[in-house]
Design a binder for this molecule. Structure first.
Ligand code: SAM
Length: 348
């Protein structure tokens, strides 16, 4: 039943000031409680995630809008109508996260208003936040490409996080799917963010060389293409979290060491390790310092390894890499991808 706008807003206000308040959001704005040293405050994030302030009163923020208010005992959604507003109530409750200031726990809060626009489920938001933690300390102007960007959760999150830090970030998202390009370009336009999206194959897309290459779960050998392009571009930083590793697993199927390859699941796990060992080795040969780390707990994604590399120019040929490939008689996709780009080997 419709009630007056004033009555509806008063009820929304009461919920926001109640002890069980967890989060409220409307188009372009999110409010949540935070516990600061100075006491309980409201954190208000506006301009689709670009501005954040902590305040004691949100009266001026609670203008008529399609508010959704989550509390520990339920959710209320305000629908604007010609006659006033309707309040829809549901019992789906949220957990308070007041014990600490979440902005310290997350670089980009999973409740950040940006995700209201960009979407992404809870697991993806956590992955993206964990991925951002692995970024090097940056300053000034940085050109970044996100290869195999998909719905561009990472691309948008990286832009939000870095531009809030004052970095002059130029970002390009690449995905083979034209529908993703259209979707992502439209979101960037709505946000007013200068992110460019390109539909194309990672292996062949024509781009200005970036300072940093990101690849989060680019499928199978798309990660190899991403790494090979980074090497070709001499990108200073690479952060790549590989996805499935079918390529080497397929090649191992016919190998004589049945102990290691007879069982599908073991062959796949062994192929995962072997593939990433080869990837890291090739990056070292091409002048990168490489670390392979777990960027997020495996409870959030089983694909939780991250290849982090920084270009030093001190590459050298590693005979043990050739030996490893010979012993297993495999030709992983990255070997092909790097040589297809005619990237010269050890440098410096
Ligand atoms: C698993 S999704 C990950 C998307 C995104 N990075 C994320 O983490 O949400 C992999 C994406 O890579 C894209 N992709 C796969 N192979 C590709 C290729 N060779 N060139 C460009 N994009 C590719 C797919 O279209 C898909 O959107």
């Amino acid at each position: 039943m419709a009630i007056s706008l004033q009555e509806a807003l008063e009820e929304i206000r009461e919920l926001v000031y109640s002890p069980g308040f967890v989060r409220a959001h409307a188009k372009g704005v999110t409010i949540r409680p935070v516990m600061l040293k100075a006491g309980r405050r409201f954190q208000v994030v506006t301009r689709d995630g670009l501005d954040t302030k902590n305040v004691t009163s949100v009266d001026d923020v609670l203008a008529p809008a399609a508010w959704t208010v989550e509390t520990t005992s339920g959710t209320v959604r305000m629908q604007l109508t010609k006659k006033g507003a309707i309040l829809h109530r549901s019992s789906s409750s949220a957990s308070p996260e007041l014990e600490h200031d979440r902005s310290k726990e997350h670089l980009l809060d999973p409740g950040d208003a940006l995700f209201d626009v960009v979407g992404g489920n809870a697991a993806k938001r956590r992955q993206v936040d964990a991925f951002l933690r692995q970024l090097p300390r940056l300053s000034g102007k940085v050109r970044i490409v996100d290869l195999g960007c998909g719905n561009a959760y990472l691309t948008f999150a990286a832009y939000a996080y870095l531009s809030r830090l004052g970095i002059d970030v130029e970002l390009v998202g690449v995905d083979v799917r034209e529908d993703q390009r259209i979707r992502n370009t439209e979101i960037a336009r709505r946000l007013g963010w200068p992110i460019q999206f390109v539909a194309g194959e990672i292996a062949t897309v024509e781009l200005e060389p970036p300072d940093m290459v990101l690849a989060l779960h680019a499928c199978d050998t798309a990660t190899d293409d991403a790494l090979a392009r980074a090497v070709q571009w001499r990108a200073k930083w690479i952060l790549a979290a590989p996805c499935c590793h079918k390529d080497v697993s397929r090649q191992l199927r016919s190998k004589p060491s049945k102990l290691l390859t007879a069982h599908g699941i073991l062959r796949e796990r062994f192929a995962d390790v072997l593939t990433d060992v080869v990837r890291a080795g090739l990056l070292r040969e091409h002048g990168y310092d490489v670390e392979v780390v777990e960027f997020i707990d495996s409870a959030h994604t089983p694909r939780n390894a991250l290849i982090k590399a920084v270009y030093t120019g001190r590459g050298h040929h590693d005979p043990s890499l050739t030996k490893l490939l010979d012993e297993w008689d495999i030709k992983p996709a990255m070997v092909e991808a790097v040589s297809a780009r005619s990237v010269s080997g050890a440098s410096g």
